[in-house]
Design a protein around this ligand. Structure first.
Ligand SMILES: O=C(O)c1cccc(C(=O)CC[C@H]2O[C@@H](n3cnc4c(=O)[nH]cnc43)[C@H](O)[C@@H]2O)c1
Length: 204
């Protein structure tokens, strides 16, 4: 199977490369941070490879993430059931209205579960945001709005949109470097998250 694995930064790509198994043909793409860069880079890679007669069978977004406290722990592997764009909609004074409710598409893309069936981890929704949630108050609001969400990152929905438009199955695998909330970047455990990412990719 030909798999395109999309990572935001080089450190994540290296962790994925370290978990590469011979049973899959795996290309690793570094797309940059955020959903716009992720969608653009993924769409281009899919089109370029298809044009060269090396079409991908599946697209995976892999990287580190924040977890909702109580729903996952640092170093855990998170496997998305759905990739959900938490900012796509209308921010009303009293509530957030997802784009689905106003008839302009959806903020949710379902993930393929066959590819990740052997990957050990916590399964649930993974949110995509263009901005990292940097306070406990905002984290609590998000956790309330998305009771099934286990984590947040910044690229999943962008990669998923490019895959969906190309008719390709999509999976999102994240490993937890930090809890979502008050921002103490110094406390992020990149090592634990990147080690877990290598293990998770090996299990694909
Ligand atoms: O702001 C900083 O100083 C800083 C230091 C290290 C890394 C960053 C990033 O922006 C990396 C974000 C990168 O990692 C994913 N990620 C990890 N944890 C979270 C989170 O709690 N909320 C959202 N995204 C997260 C994300 O997918 C980015 O690709 C900044």
């Amino acid at each position: 199977m030909r798999i395109l694995v999309v990572c935001a930064v080089a450190e994540e790509a290296q962790a994925v490369e370290a978990g590469r198994a011979v049973r899959h043909e795996l290309d690793v793409l570094v797309c940059g941070v955020g959903p716009a860069a992720a969608a653009a880079a993924t769409a281009r890679a899919i089109a370029d490879n298809s044009g060269m007669g090396r079409a991908y069978d599946v697209v995976v977004n892999a990287g580190i993430c924040g977890a909702f406290e109580g729903r996952a722990a640092i170093g855990d592997v998170l496997i998305a059931t759905d990739s959900v764009h938490a900012e796509l909609g209308v921010a009303l004074p009293w509530r957030f209205q997802p784009i689905d409710e106003i008839g302009f598409g959806t903020n949710r893309i379902g993930c393929n579960t066959v590819l990740t069936v052997a990957v050990e981890g916590v399964r649930g929704e993974i949110l995509t945001l263009a901005s990292i949630t940097g306070s406990d108050g905002l984290a609590a609001q998000l956790a309330h709005r998305y009771p099934e969400a286990i984590g947040e990152a910044m690229e999943g929905f962008g990669v998923a949109t490019a895959a969906q438009q190309a008719g390709l199955p999509f999976a999102e695998i994240r490993t937890v470097s930090n809890f979502i909330g008050d921002r103490e970047v110094g406390n992020w455990d990149w090592d634990a998250a990147l080690k877990s990412l290598t293990t998770a990719i090996r299990e694909l």
